[in-house]
Design a protein around this ligand. Structure first.
Ligand code: ATP
Length: 248
């Protein structure tokens, strides 16, 4: 982790349908090379925050009405998701979203569509993705719709890596997965972070696992950051233990 800031969200408000105020002034900073976790219960505003960053709110009739979002110091608020991908920012949506009728490998290759550096480099990256997800290599000719939930989550993350991102926004990677698989997915995220230098901002309801793998955490409640700090400190914080880690 360096002190260089990639993403800076500064006091943003998000309103849905012109009236529903969902984010009430959220600020956060994502340093290059780190894993930053956005935590909080159902409906706290985690997904909304990620979608504000990747400019995916329009289709949901949501808009950022206050504050600013910068990436490497440049305002990115009006930037189309495809242009963000070119700048190195990509989102893995909640619920995985594979192309069900394509094979695992075809799904991964769709992640490289914005690239111009030719087949050789893309082939090398496919091998890079398979080295992190050996299971996907075994399943590469299978139709994605017939793979398990865990495998589809791996496909979604692997596809994002195929765009050679600098930062990945990862929404609720643990959703619907058995504890052992959640652990496995987080282990992979950690090794991609360490070995490829990819920065992660992840939204996660599973505070326990997220705080073991992240470097820094922000806790959201009803559209506001109520606490933030290094993950190791949050894990030891009595309030976090009582309200989010299920122990007192
Ligand atoms: P989850 O884990 O359930 O995704 P979250 O912390 O990611 O929770 P958001 O999905 O960001 O929370 O939702 C925050 C609030 O915004 C919730 O109260 C939700 O009902 C509301 N909300 C989300 N999407 C819309 C929408 N398209 N229109 C109106 N309200 C919405």
């Amino acid at each position: 982790q360096s002190t260089e800031t990639l993403l800076e969200v500064n006091n943003i408000e998000v309103i849905y349908n012109h009236v529903i105020l969902v984010l009430k002034g959220v600020s956060l900073r994502v340093p290059k090379g780190g894993i930053t976790a956005l935590l909080g219960g159902n409906g706290a505003g985690k997904t909304t925050t990620l979608k504000a960053v990747s400019n995916l709110l329009h289709s949901e009739r949501g808009e950022v009405t206050k504050g600013s979002i910068t990436y490497r110091g440049d305002r990115i608020q009006a930037m189309a998701p495809a242009d963000l991908v070119k700048r190195g920012v990509i989102q893995v949506m909640e619920g995985r979203h594979c192309f069900e009728h394509l094979t695992v490998e075809e799904n991964l290759l769709t992640g490289a569509y914005t690239r111009r550096d030719g087949k050789g480099a893309i082939g090398a990256d496919l091998e890079m993705v398979y080295s992190y997800f050996p299971r996907l290599k075994e399943r590469r000719r299978s139709q994605a719709g017939y793979t398990s939930g865990g495998e589809q989550q791996m496909v979604a993350i692997g596809r994002a890596l195929m765009s050679r991102p600098e930062m990945v926004l990862l929404d609720e990677p643990s959703m619907g997965l058995a504890p052992q698989l959640v652990e496995q997915i987080f282990e992979i995220v950690k090794s991609v972070n360490e070995n490829e230098g990819v920065t992660f901002l992840l939204a996660e309801q599973n505070t326990n696992v997220a705080l073991r793998f992240a470097h820094y955490g922000y806790i959201l409640e009803s559209g506001r950051v109520v606490m933030d700090g290094p993950a190791a400190e949050l894990r030891e914080n009595p309030d976090v233990k009582e309200f989010y880690l299920g122990m007192s």
